[in-house]
Design a protein around this ligand. Structure first.
Ligand SMILES: Nc1ncnc2c1ncn2[C@@H]1O[C@H](COP(=O)(O)OP(=O)(O)OP(=O)(O)O)[C@@H](O)[C@H]1O
Ligand SMILES: [Mg+2]
Length: 325
């Protein structure tokens, strides 16, 4: 079961760790972000899912105080970002999309540099760096030069730097893009651990499987606007409850296909190859025995695949285009 499926309704009483309302930003004629708003409860992982150019980075830049919105408000743990930026920013850990680190320094030295930059006292910092290195899984490589790290390891140091000052909310801008599988796993494991320990999270990605794994709730953003938000189940229910069933057949495929499309519950049927068919069926996963029986006498089912609706399907349903280009 994914994090999104286990989610309960958001707490309405607690002060959100991060909340925004009516955020908008234009660049000339380009509307980068329009009327974006959401609230993340303390300890909650919230996903922002959208394709390239959807407005994720622009939204984040406004949330962390790097970009002034044309309109709208940002509250970090109840503190208004515009009114008290220093206090608000101290509660945020921000991991940018690009990497800005020193290749000649070791991983540990890079973290020390950022820690000093944040004004963390030297003695507490050393112990905190050890904790952070453990969390990002880089204790073993801490004392080798950053220039020798993989892209994913550098990304992990970036995440570590954002955690040094123990923020209340961590904001990650597509943290797994272009990283090796080992680093991707380390990043996702580390992020899940942080959430278990009570950190609030804003996680942006165009990989819906990451959002489904990490986040309790998510918003889908497209062309600068949030077009849907809720738990995975709520989002996926927008598509309906039909499953996609793919079958490979051996025998008289033409006759078998005609029989399959007549099975009760099948709402759509298509030939996808010489021996394969695709069906859309209500509760398709429970229909398999009926489908196999239906073709009996004319063909044999040699392979089956049931694809349940996911966020990708939701996105497609809402926008008419796929998440990845
Ligand atoms: N500084 C800028 N000047 C002009 N247009 C910009 C600027 N920054 C962003 N945009 C435009 O605003 C829109 C949103 O961009 P943004 O970078 O926020 O998207 P994104 O969701 O982060 O995309 P990606 O997944 O590629 O990182 C795009 O159309 C982009 O071209
Ligand atoms: Mg971006």
């Amino acid at each position: 079961m994914t994090a999104l499926e286990t989610a309960s309704a958001p707490a309405t009483t607690a002060t959100p760790a991060l909340a925004c309302r009516g955020l908008s930003k234009r660049y000339g004629d380009v509307v980068a972000v329009e009327d974006v708003g959401f609230a993340i409860a303390p300890g909650q992982a919230y996903g922002l899912l959208g394709p390239n150019g959807a407005g994720k980075t622009t939204t984040i830049s406004m949330l962390v105080g790097l970009l002034r919105p044309d309109s709208g408000t940002v509250l970090v743990g109840g503190t208004d970002l515009a009114a008290d930026p220093t206090r608000a920013k101290a509660k945020i850990g921000y991991v940018p999309q690009e990497i800005a680190l020193y290749p000649e320094l070791t991983g540990r030295e890079n973290l020390r540099f950022f820690g000093r930059l944040f004004g963390l006292p030297r003695r507490r910092l050393a112990a905190r760096i050890d904790e952070v290195l453990d969390l990002i899984g880089l204790t073993d490589r801490a004392d080798t030069k950053l220039g020798t790290y993989s892209g994913g390891m550098k990304r992990r140091i970036n995440i570590g730097a954002a955690l040094l000052h123990r923020p209340e909310v961590l904001i990650l801008d597509e943290p797994t893009v272009g990283v090796d599988p080992q680093s991707r796993k380390a990043i996702l494991d580390g992020v899940e651990r942080l959430v278990e320990e009570g950190m609030a999270l804003l996680y942006t990605s165009h990989y819906m499987e990451e959002i489904e794994r990490v986040c309790e709730r998510a918003a889908i953003i497209d062309h600068g606007r949030i077009i849907a938000d809720g738990t995975r189940r709520e989002l996926v229910s927008l598509v309906g409850t039909a499953d996609k069933v793919e079958l490979v057949l051996d025998g008289d495929v033409e006759t078998a296909f005609a029989k399959l499309r007549a099975v009760e519950g099948v709402v759509e049927a298509a030939r996808t190859g010489a021996s394969s068919v695709r069906l859309i069926a209500e509760g398709g996963r429970y229909l398999l025995p009926a489908l196999i029986t239906a073709v009996d006498g004319s063909a044999t089912v040699t392979a089956t695949q049931v694809i349940e609706p996911d966020l990708e399907a939701t996105f497609l349903h809402l926008t008419g285009s796929t998440l990845r280009d």
